[in-house]
Design a protein around this ligand. Structure first.
Ligand SMILES: Nc1ncnc2c1ncn2[C@@H]1O[C@H](COP(=O)(O)OP(=O)(O)OP(=O)(O)O)[C@@H](O)[C@H]1O
Length: 482
């Protein structure tokens, strides 16, 4: 098991932030991993991450610390995921792409072009007898629909789950990239198809979650094929609609973005709240984003999260929320492993005989390489019928969705019971306190009554005494003595 690595990056103050609030910032650096954050009420919180990138940090450093180990892993058939998260305008796209994907200035190039260079460099230095192939797919999740950015006619891609390969995007365009320049051209044309809009917080705000998928296949000298998948996710930014002044279409987009980010938060909470037993349901199916990120968040993937933040006190509330999200995500454990090499020809090299599902998937992988998309889709339908792939309309998926609902109901009932038990305990202790107060009051009353009785006896004695004194004084001899 490996923890998700979490990094935090503060961009420089924007000119608007400087105009509205001068040069003040809401963070104080302690070291390269820890800083103190001051909220709107001047309360201070210390945060620690795997590494903190302050305003002056270099794009190259972000790549080296966060992405390079994951890139090396993908070339060695270990799946990896890199996610940028944060408020709108906090620097997610800048970190992912740089000022532009075709940026030539080496200082400014973002993670994507560096990942492309890194993949090709790792391949160059790998075993010369292995043949490598890199494929690229690009999709965006816009208004809860998965759109193929390399073929806009595919505007509602279905998410399926394979027993062997995990989460799959059915029929998504995959193009082979032969060198970094070729990859950048394809990335650039895909990015041009992204939904971008202008908001008060950002002139070019991403209105969708963008997902870049690199599949690295290596054919070993013994003809077996190893595959590593590297996924980069540039999330759309969370935003307070009242602050960004969103209306109409932009408002609808913002609501959908905020909803899917809140499901992402729920998934992270579910993954980090106690042991993940079957009863503790993880709501991956509540949004397309979490369904696609299912492996990255709780399965076979080495995952890094970059929390992008504004250093301005004007955005302190949003920054605190991003930092808390990152702090929580640090506790997520994934289980990355080296994907087993698939035998391209026969079963004779296998120690263990492959299952029927594995054999069918191998056939599908090989056919994907040779056939048209339509033919592969037909085969996928056949495989769904055979129960090798899952589909939203398939019996297995319905069954598992039913199981999800049941587990969710059980877990909400368990929560309700826990809350009731807590309330009962509270009422019991309130009851005990009231009882104690009543007993004390009763004791006080009894004492008071006793004191009253004593006082009346004293009064009687004093009356008797005064009567006695006046009686004595009435004797003549005694009057003389006086
Ligand atoms: N580290 C940085 N150095 C210099 N400029 C930056 C940095 N990070 C962000 N910026 C600038 O800040 C602005 C907003 O950044 P960016 O578009 O990356 O935000 P975002 O988080 O992707 O926003 P959204 O969610 O709205 O798409 C851009 O003009 C970008 O150039």
């Amino acid at each position: 098991m490996a923890n998700i690595t979490v990094f935090c990056r503060f961009r420089p103050l924007s000119s608007k932030e400087k105009r509205d609030n001068g040069d003040s910032v809401c963070i104080r650096s302690m070291d390269s991993e820890t800083f103190v954050f001051k909220d709107e009420k001047e309360e201070e919180f210390a945060f620690s991450f795997d590494k903190v990138f302050y305003e002056e940090s270099l794009q190259a450093d972000v790549y080296e610390f966060l992405a390079l180990p994951i890139v090396r892993g993908a070339v060695n058939a270990v799946n990896g995921t890199i996610i940028t998260y944060g408020q709108t305008g906090a620097g997610k796209t800048y970190s992912m792409e740089g000022p532009s994907i075709l940026e030539l200035d080496d200082l400014k190039k973002g993670l994507l072009p560096r990942v492309v260079d890194g993949l090709f460099e790792c391949i160059k230095s790998a075993d010369k007898s292995d043949k490598y192939r890199i494929k690229l797919s690009m999709v965006e999740i816009y208004m809860e629909k998965v759109r193929d950015l390399l073929d806009l006619t595919k505007d509602n891609i279905l998410i399926k789950e394979s027993k062997v390969q995990g989460i799959l995007l059915s029929g998504v365009t995959e193009i082979c990239i032969s060198d970094p320049a070729d990859a950048l051209q394809s990335l650039s044309s895909g990015i041009a198809n992204r939904a971008v809009g202008e908001t008060q917080m950002n002139m070019a705000s991403s209105r969708s979650h963008c997902i870049y998928i690199f599949t690295v296949q290596s054919e070993l000298s013994d003809k077996r094929v190893k595959t590593g998948k590297l996924i980069l996710v540039d999330l759309a930014g969370s935003e307070k609609v009242e602050k960004t002044g969103a209306e109409g279409k932009v408002l609808e987009e913002a609501k959908t973005i905020n909803k899917s980010l809140s499901v992402l938060g729920n998934v992270i909470n579910a993954l980090t709240c106690g042991p993940t037993t079957k009863a503790s349901h993880i709501p991956y199916r509540d949004s397309k984003l979490t369904r696609i990120l299912q492996d990255a968040l709780g399965g076979n993937s080495r995952t890094a999260l970059l929390c992008c933040c504004s250093p301005s006190p004007l955005n302190a509330a949003e920054t605190l929320s991003t930092l808390r999200f990152g702090a929580r995500a640090k506790h997520i454990k994934t289980s990355p492993f080296v994907n087993r090499a698939q035998d391209k020809l026969a079963k004779k090299h296998e120690d263990v005989a492959p299952t029927k599902d594995e054999l069918c998937e191998r056939i599908l992988i090989r056919l994907r390489e040779r056939l048209d998309v339509e033919d592969v889709e037909l085969l996928e339908e056949l495989f769904i019928l055979e129960g090798i792939l899952f589909d939203p309309s398939s019996f297995e998926d319905l069954e598992s969705a039913y199981e999800d609902v049941t587990l969710r109901t059980i877990s909400s009932l368990q929560q309700a019971v826990e809350e009731l038990v807590f309330t009962i305990e509270e009422l019991k202790s309130e009851n005990r306190a009231l009882k104690a107060r009543m007993e004390a009051a009763e004791r006080f009353n009894a004492l008071h009554k006793e004191a009253g009785e004593n006082a009346s006896v004293m009064r009687k004695i004093s009356n008797i005494l005064s009567f006695f004194i006046s009686w004595v004084r009435s004797f003549p001899l005694l009057s003389m003595l006086k």
